[in-house]
Design a protein around this ligand. Structure first.
Ligand SMILES: NC(=O)c1ccc[n+]([C@@H]2O[C@H](COP(=O)([O-])OP(=O)(O)OC[C@H]3O[C@@H](n4cnc5c(N)ncnc54)[C@H](OP(=O)(O)O)[C@@H]3O)[C@@H](O)[C@H]2O)c1
Length: 302
C-alpha cells in the first residue's frame, strides 16, 4: 500500500490553491510550497517555501524527498506542467496531481474552448505517458466541475447579483449542472492523497451538488427573506454575444461562453457525474450539500 505524507504544491496562493493548501495542512500532510522566482504571492506562515526557476533541473532539486506534488497553477502556468511532471518523476515523486479542477478529459465543451482544452490535455497526456513508462510514477486528475460557491460570489453573469438581490435566469432556469465548493475541492485533493491506490492513473470526478438556477434562486430568496428582481435572458443570446467577441478577438468571451455552456438547455454539458454514486465523492470524503447550505455560505462571505 502506498503512503503519502510529504506534499509539494504549485500555485498555493491561487483561488483554488489557497483552500487546497489549507485542507492539506489541516489533514496533517507535510506541505511544501513551490513558487516562481518572480512571484509576489504570500503564503501561510510556518510552511516551507521554495522559490525556484521552473526548469527540470531546479524543480528536481525542489521536489527531492516529496511523496506527491499538486499542480494548481492558473491557466497561464499550465505550459510549465510537462516540466513539473518530468522533474517529479526524476525526483522519485510517487503521485502527481495534474491541473484540472474543471471539466476533465470527457468535457463536451463549446468549440471555442478547443484550443484551451488541447493545451490542458497536453499536460495530462504527458503525465499518463510517464506513468505508463514508469510504474513508480503515478498521476491523478480531479474533475470538479463548476466551483460553485466561488463562482456565485465572483461572477454575477452566472445569474445572481448578491449585492443587489437580483437575478438573471437563462431559458427556463431548469438546466442541471454539478458543482464543487472550494472546501470540497480541498477535500478532494486530501482524499486522493489518502487513497493513492484507488485513485492512481485516472481522473476522479467530484461534486458537492447537482442543481439548477431555479433552485439556487429559491434558496437565495429564502436565505435573504426577500423576493429578488428577476430578469429573463437566454443562452442563445449569451452564445451569440460570446461568439461575436471571440471572433472579434476581444475579451469577455470566456466568461460569456462558460456561462452559456453551463446553462445550455437540454445539453447537460456541465454535469460531471449524473449521480453521487457515479462520482468519487464518497471515496474522497467530499460532502453533498444543499442549495440552501451553499447560498448561506456565499451570502456570509460576500
Ligand atoms: N472549473 C472552473 O470554472 C475553474 C475556475 C477557475 C479555475 N479553474 C482551474 O483551476 C486551476 C487553478 O486556477 P486558479 O484560478 O486557482 O489559478 P490562479 O489563482 O489564477 O493562479 C494560481 C497560481 O498559479 C501560479 N501562476 C500564475 N501564472 C503562472 C505562470 N505564468 N507560470 C507559473 N505559475 C503561474 C501563481 O503561483 P505563484 O505566484 O506561487 O508561482 C498563482 O498564484 C486552473 O487549472 C484553472 O483553469 C477552473
Amino acid at each position: 500500500m502506498t503512503t503519502i505524507q510529504k506534499v509539494a504544491i504549485f500555485g498555493a496562493s491561487g483561488n483554488f490553491g489557497t483552500p487546497i493548501t489549507a485542507a492539506l495542512m489541516s489533514a496533517g500532510f507535510d506541505v511544501t510550497i513551490i513558487t516562481r522566482v518572480q512571484s509576489a504571492a504570500t503564503f501561510p506562515s510556518g510552511v516551507p517555501v521554495i522559490r525556484t526557476a521552473y526548469t527540470v533541473d531546479e524543480l528536481t532539486k525542489a521536489l527531492a524527498g516529496q511523496d506527491a506534488a499538486v499542480c494548481v497553477v492558473g491557466p497561464s502556468g499550465i505550459e510549465h506542467q510537462a516540466v513539473m511532471i518530468d522533474a517529479a518523476e526524476a525526483a522519485g515523486v510517487k503521485r502527481f496531481v495534474v491541473d484540472d479542477f474543471g471539466w476533465g478529459p470527457d468535457v463536451r465543451g463549446l468549440p471555442e474552448f478547443k484550443s484551451v482544452h488541447a493545451h490542458r490535455r497536453a499536460g495530462w497526456d504527458h503525465a499518463k505517458a510517464r506513468a505508463e513508462a514508469n510504474p513508480g510514477f503515478t498521476y491523478t486528475g480531479i474533475t470538479s466541475g463548476n466551483p460553485i460557491d466561488w463562482a456565485l460570489r465572483r461572477f454575477p453573469l452566472m445569474g445572481f447579483n448578491i449585492s443587489q438581490c437580483s437575478a438573471i435566469i437563462y431559458d427556463s432556469g431548469t438546466e442541471q449542472f454539478t458543482g464543487t465548493t472550494l472546501e470540497g475541492i480541498g477535500q478532494a485533493v486530501v482524499g486522493v492523497l489518502q487513497h493513492p491506490d484507488e485513485t492512481a492513473n485516472r481522473f476522479v470526478k467530484v461534486r458537492s451538488i447537482q442543481t439548477c438556477q431555479n433552485e439556487l434562486l429559491e434558496a437565495f430568496q429564502s436565505a435573504t427573506g426577500s423576493q429578488w428582481n428577476v430578469e429573463r435572458s437566454s443562452t442563445k443570446a449569451l452564445l451569440a454575444s460570446g461568439r461575436s467577441k471571440f471572433q472579434a478577438g476581444v475579451g469577455g468571451w470566456v466568461l460569456e461562453l462558460a456561462v452559456a455552456q453551463l446553462f445550455d438547455e437540454g445539453e447537460a454539458r456541465c454535469v460531471v457525474a449524473s449521480s453521487r454514486g457515479d462520482s468519487d465523492a464518497d471515496l474522497l470524503g467530499v460532502a453533498e450539500e444543499t442549495p440552501q447550505e451553499i447560498v448561506t455560505r456565499v451570502l456570509k462571505s460576500k
